[in-house]
Write a protein that binds this ligand. Structure first.
Ligand SMILES: Nc1ncnc2c1ncn2[C@@H]1O[C@H](COP(=O)(O)OP(=O)(O)OP(=O)(O)O)[C@@H](O)[C@H]1O
Length: 542
């Protein structure tokens, strides 16, 4: 006979009759009255059978307890072999079941571990493919597609529908990673090239997570360094949110000075730092329920002049579970460590190389000798090829006006934007370039950051930029959203000592520069501000 059938034959019918041995049980029980003995059970009716099968589930879950009870019962009836044997058999069966449960749990843990490993591998492959570099523990995997927003994060389909209507088919690298970080509730430092879609990267999690709501409870604040950028971000936000009743407001001069924020319904507030701080200090704007705070162009916002105001705004956003994020195309170490003081457990994301220009821009440095030489070089370059729209950067509003006068002689449809113009005039100048009414827009640093002119073909740095990051942001007004662009930078004898920083940016973007430029000595001062001669062909004698 086989071993298994032998044992089943031996144990067949071996059941302990508690009723028959009740007195013995009582005798062996240590203290206490004899346990009540149940009547011998009649054969189960259909109803009872059903009830029994229902209770089986409960019984199974109590297997472990029963095994323990069996062990203690055998202690009680020590020496009573039949009882001990039967319970021991029960206990053995239970031990097998417990072992099975443990094995199941082990294989479940194993399965989960393997799934987590696969997820880490998948994330690493995506990051490598899109040149995404992260630091910070347990960063969530980048998005594979916008559809994943629905399947993985429960995004409302209206939002994905809006993206598709706007022609956004695939997330850009910074969107893939920053969106998943913010949606998982982590804070984020993000550095990605100009024109790579950082705006949507911070707007989308806000639109997904906050609920359109009640009076006086601002839920998200977005800070931008200039009014033009704040206005553009507000417009973008409204486009993405179309179809939902979000109240999205731009803090204008009037609103900051006279707004009744207590009775105002506003979910998302976009502002420059000074206007927002004015509203907090003078108009009782309450930011204590803000859930998301975004510092766009964050390195600019942490520059001298803004720091105290930013500090006061950060303090006003006092919600302990607030999620802060910092976005820029440039993030110097000094600014990063300053910014870290306000962040909790942030993940740092870099797309491509930190502090580098977009690889879509063809960059050129042109020596023009003197200020006069620059004007000749500019006219020559326009005569050879003028590929509008063109953006020209100068270092001051006076120089912007001067250059505008010069170009007016040349029948070039030029416009100018600077700080002396009213808000409306500035908006008109930007709109005219967008609409193709003007070909050339002369500007100061005011349009250097964040402004999205999709079609700008060429950026000319008429005046040499004051730093490498100013250069990266200025030329980043072209070569956006996958399009190519051209950047021309004039330099004079006076600018030569400051060439090294800019030449290094060209080198890291794969553009050719003469070796003497990168061999120039390092300068202590990073900023380059020069007093320049007036822009004019008319000399004093003329
Ligand atoms: N996923 C996408 N698919 C197609 N176009 C996109 C996508 N995301 C953003 N864009 C477009 O790319 C352009 C640049 O985006 P955005 O202004 O957000 O860039 P940015 O990284 O913030 O640039 P900057 O550093 O200059 O501020 C915009 O015109 C935007 O509409």
């Amino acid at each position: 006979m086989e071993k298994s059938s032998l044992s089943s034959a031996l144990f067949a019918g071996t059941r302990f009759d508690r009723k028959r041995f009740a007195e013995d049980i009582a005798r062996f029980r240590k203290g206490g009255p004899p346990a009540p003995v149940p009547e011998a059970a009649p054969p189960p009716t259909e109803k009872k059978r059903k009830r029994k099968s229902k209770t089986n589930a409960k019984k199974n879950s109590k297997k472990k307890k029963r095994a323990e009870a069996a062990a203690s019962a055998s202690d009680i009836v020590e020496g009573f072999s039949v009882f001990k044997g039967a319970e021991a058999k029960d206990a053995a069966e239970d031990t097998v079941k417990v072992e099975e449960v443990r094995k199941d749990a082990d294989s479940e843990a194993d399965r989960r571990r393997k799934e987590a490993e696969r997820e880490i591998e998948r994330a690493a492959i995506l990051r490598k493919r899109f040149d995404i570099h992260i630091s910070g523990h347990n960063a969530p995997a980048p998005l594979e597609s916008f559809e994943e927003l629905v399947s993985r994060y429960g995004c409302d389909s209206y939002l994905v529908g809006n993206l598709s209507k706007l022609g956004f088919q695939e997330p850009t690298p910074i969107q893939r990673q920053a969106i998943s970080i913010l949606l998982s509730g982590r804070e984020c430092f993000a550095c990605a090239p100009t024109g790579s879609g950082k705006t949507l990267a911070f707007l989308l999690p806000i639109l997904m997570k906050i609920k359109p709501g009640s009076k006086g409870a601002v839920k998200a604040v977005i800070l931008c360094p200039t009014r033009e950028l704040a206005a553009q971000t507000t417009r973008e936000c409204k486009k993405f949110a179309k179809g939902r009743k979000f109240s999205i407001k731009l803090v204008t001069k009037d609103l900051s000075q006279d707004g009744n924020f207590k009775d105002m319904h506003c979910d998302i507030l976009v502002s420059t730092p000074f206007r927002l701080n004015h509203a907090i200090q003078k108009r009782d704007l309450d930011l204590s329920r803000v859930e998301y705070l975004v510092l766009d162009e964050s390195d600019k916002l942490f520059e001298l002049g803004f720091v105290e105001v930013i500090d006061s705004i950060v303090k006003a956003c006092s919600n302990p579970s607030i999620i802060r994020s910092l976005f820029s195309a440039t993030l110097p170490e000094t600014i990063e460590s300053l910014a870290r003081t306000i962040m909790h457990d942030a993940v740092r994301v870099i797309v491509g190389r930190k502090n580098s220009a977009s690889s879509l821009i063809k960059q050129k440095l042109i020596f023009s000798g003197t200020e006069r030489g620059k004007l000749i070089a500019l006219r020559q370059s326009f005569a050879e090829s003028l590929n509008p729209p063109v953006l020209i950067f100068v270092q001051s509003k006076e120089r912007a006006k001067e250059l505008y006068k010069e170009l007016a002689f040349d029948d070039i449809r030029a416009d100018v934007i600077h700080g002396d113009l009213s808000e409306e005039q500035r908006e008109d100048a930007v709109d005219n370039l967008r609409a193709g009414k003007s070909w050339v827009l002369i500007t100061t640093e005011v349009l250097a950051r964040g402004i999205d002119f999709k079609g700008v073909n060429c950026v000319i740095n008429y005046d040499f930029p004051e730093s490498a990051s100013a250069y990266i942001h200025r030329i980043g007004r072209c070569g956006r959203a996958g399009r190519s662009g051209e950047a021309i930078t004039f330099f004079t004898e006076e600018d030569k000592p400051f060439l090294r920083n800019i030449a290094n940016v060209l080198v890291s973007s794969g553009c050719e520069v003469p070796s003497w430029m990168v061999a120039l000595p390092k300068l202590k001062s990073r900023k380059h501000r020069v007093d320049r001669d007036h822009i004019s062909f008319l000399t004093e004698e003329d």
